[in-house]
Design a protein around this ligand. Sequence first.
Ligand code: HEC
Length: 125
Amino acid sequence: MKYLSFFLLIFYFLSTFSFSEHIVEIKVPKIEEQYLNGESLFNLNCVSCHGINGAGVNGAGPPLIHKVYEPSHHGDGSFYSAIKYGVKSHHWTFGNMAAVKNVSDEEIVDIIKYIRFIQRANGIK
Ligand code: HEC
């Protein structure tokens, strides 16, 4: 019984910790098949800073599921350029983003489509 409550306590701390890592709360739709490749590329290359499904990571990077990144303000071209060439910090205080190497142009297109899909599900269009 002692052990059980010990584990429950650990579990509680772990779950509140991972919860508070996100910067914004977002709705996560069921990922449609056409966006699955973008999702896994995002998880490989972007998730450490931009968080699961782009919800941001405290101390690391901004949420991309955010009004600042709606298509009319940051179009696909600016997404492409951020990934390809990096970006100087201008909206937040996380610092600059370095270019992401090892992703092809086709993969960048898939990553952007996936982010736009999650954005739309959150009313950011
Ligand atoms: C090492 C951390 C890190 C990684 C990895 C990273 N980013 Fe970023 N990203 C940042 C930071 C920091 C900013 C700057 C925010 C600001 O404007 O202050 C940023 C900004 C951006 C922007 C906004 C560009 C603009 O014009 O304002 C986009 C879009 C973006 N990232 C997409 C991505 C995608 C997609 C990936 C994966 C392919 C990725 N990032 C990987 C940290 C990262």
